[in-house]
Design a protein around this ligand. Structure first.
Ligand code: FBP
Length: 552
């Protein structure tokens, strides 16, 4: 098979493992802590998860453990958006299984959770896995966003697992997919089946994190990739001195990616959605703030700059949030009726009768292109597809108009020309950084240990990530511990609580302390491309967010 030089060298890379996982497989035992509680809504969740609620946190320690050498059959699913390192989760899981017992088997479900429902699986062998080790992408088995939610889908999933005589299913996914894993674990037990379900924390968005999950995999690589691109644009902007670049970054609701990229590259402005919500900043205020930075830089003859915009921003601007939430509820309740209205004008007319007066007026004042994007389909979990909304264009449009007005009033004398960008897919399948390659391999390996020990309703956890990999701490966290009830599709549903940017947290505080300066003075940093081979301080560094959160 043809491959690039980097591909070849990455196939040979040996991920670094926590010391506990690097030794003999049979030498890993499990310590269980105290029963746990959900982050909120404990009573309701106890009712919904009768069999799996409140399990203890599991930590691995040294000790003989015969369960590790059990012959196992495990199925693995890659769920949701791609994130660098998914292939290494599979490689770590596979290597663990084979080390435990060479007769154990791993199956990959094709195309995401739908593969489990429809029984589309392939056996994953050493030969199949070899060309994917330490590479980006999810193409080994594909991914999908099917949500297992109907009784028929749950029954079909169980049927597939029984047909393949599986001992466990490992779901590699974000908050929604791990919520699905928790529901599946509960369902299997409820139906009297011992088939276990174990999750793995994936998502470039970085919003699946808590005390036990220090980061989701893929965040590190995606942010480093975007930061390389932002740095390149900053150098172009500082060379040409004629454009303001508005760069929207993926990340769904949370602004972790934008904050991390801001810390890595020091652009002029970085909008943080969580702060916009907290301070109830209106769209007009936001636009005015951007204009003030443009004006002050123009006074220094710097008619260029870079602005980072989190893709979820629009959902956090108070008046937009209200509009989107009304639209979500209306579309959940009257999906069929709405889907029959085909023209945009008719859709707007219909919404005039459904939305509150305030929200309808706002919808009408938005550029038609943005209004149209807000009315597009929701994802299977009921979320508005924020990656389809061109917020950077909306801001460029509004900033251009306001600056023209300031010019008329004689307040602004500079030149303003803007270029919009959206970075998302560029970062999701990059070769995983050493951090992600090591972390994912360890997550996969830990998932094997959890499976061998018969645990279900757990997510694989590897902690202490700000230290060298040998000091990482591996174990499992009960999924119900991370859950609460939230409004989805017009009803309260159990979901894993998304971790948004904490304004009191160190990453935001460090950024906030410097941003006034960055807004006016050109303070750009140029991180360059991810380095895979070389000294540890260049190649193995975790994200700034993680290091700051861990007090480094
Ligand atoms: P996950 O939450 O599934 O990991 O997805 C992450 C993400 O990349 C978001 O940042 C983005 O909004 C979304 O996926 C885009 O979805 P799609 O790949 O379906 O276009």
């Amino acid at each position: 098979m043809d491959c690039s030089v980097l591909q070849k060298l990455r196939y040979e890379y040996k991920p670094k493992l926590p010391a506990i996982l690097a030794g003999e497989a049979g030498d890993i035992s499990i310590e269980l802590g105290e029963p746990t509680e959900a982050v909120a809504d404990a009573g309701a969740l106890k009712e919904l998860f009768k069999a799996t609620y409140g399990k203890p946190v599991a930590t691995f320690s040294r000790g003989k453990n015969e369960k590790i050498s059990r012959e196992l059959k495990v199925g693995v699913i890659l769920s949701g958006g791609q994130a660098p390192g998914g292939h290494n989760v599979i490689a770590g899981l596979f290597d663990g299984l084979k080390k435990g017992n060479p007769a154990s088997k791993l199956y990959g479900f094709l195309g995401g959770p739908g593969g489990l429902v429809d029984n589309k699986a392939v056996e994953l062998t050493a030969e199949k896995i070899a060309p994917y080790r330490n590479t980006g992408g999810f193409d080994m088995i594909g991914s999908g966003r099917t949500k297992i939610e109907t009784p028929q889908q749950f029954a079909a999933a169980l049927k597939t697992a029984l047909t393949l005589s599986l001992d466990a299913v490992v779901v590699v996914g974000g908050d929604d997919s791990n919520t699905n894993a928790a529901l599946l674990a509960e369902y299997f037990l409820e139906k009297g089946s011992a088939i276990q379900v174990i999750g793995c924390p994936k998502t470039i968005d970085g919003d699946l994190k808590n005390e036990h999950i220090e980061t989701s995999f893929g965040f590190d690589t995606a942010c480093k990739t975007y930061s390389e691109l932002i740095g390149n644009i900053q150098r172009d902007a500082a060379s040409a001195r004629k454009y303001w670049h508005f760069i929207r970054l993926m990340g769904r609701s949370a602004s972790h990616i934008t904050l991390e990229c801001a810390l890595q590259t020091q652009p002029n402005i970085s909008l943080i959605s969580e702060e916009v919500a907290e301070k109830e900043v209106s769209l007009n205020q936001l636009v005015n703030d951007i204009c003030q930075s443009v004006i002050r830089r123009a006074e220094n003859n710097e008619n260029f700059g870079v602005i980072l915009i989190p893709e979820g921003l629009i959902e956090f601007i108070p008046e937009m949030k209200k509009l989107i939430s009304e639209l979500n509820d209306i579309m959940a309740a009257k999906e069929e009726e709405f889907s029959k209205i085909t023209s945009f004008i008719d859709q707007m007319y219909w919404l005039g009768k459904e939305l509150s007066g305030e929200s309808y007026t706002l919808l009408q004042t938005l550029p038609a292109e943005i209004a149209r994007q807000l009315l597009l389909d929701r994802d299977p979990h009921g979320n508005v597809m924020v990656s389809w909304i061109d917020t950077e264009k909306l801001l460029i449009n509004m900033v251009t108009k306001l600056l023209a007005k300031f010019k008329e009033d004689g307040v602004y004398k500079g030149k303003f020309s803007a270029v919009g960008h959206f970075f998302g897919y560029e970062g999701r399948c990059a070769f995983p950084s050493n951090f992600d390659a090591d972390y994912c391999y360890a997550l996969g390996y830990s998932a094997f240990v959890l499976a061998a020990n018969g645990l279900t309703g757990y997510v694989s956890s590897v902690k202490n990530l700000a230290t060298p990999a040998s000091q990482w701490v591996a174990g499992g966290v009960p999924l119900t511990m991370m859950m609460n009830l939230e409004q989805r599709h017009g009803a309260k549903k159990p979901v894993i609580k998304k971790a948004l940017v904490e304004l009191e947290g160190r990453p935001f505080q460090v950024f906030a302390a410097a941003r006034e300066t960055w807004a006016v003075q050109t303070s750009f940093l140029y991180p360059g491309a991810i380095q895979y081979f070389g000294p540890a301080e260049l190649c193995d560094q975790a994200s700034k967010t993680l290091l700051l959160e861990k007090g480094r």
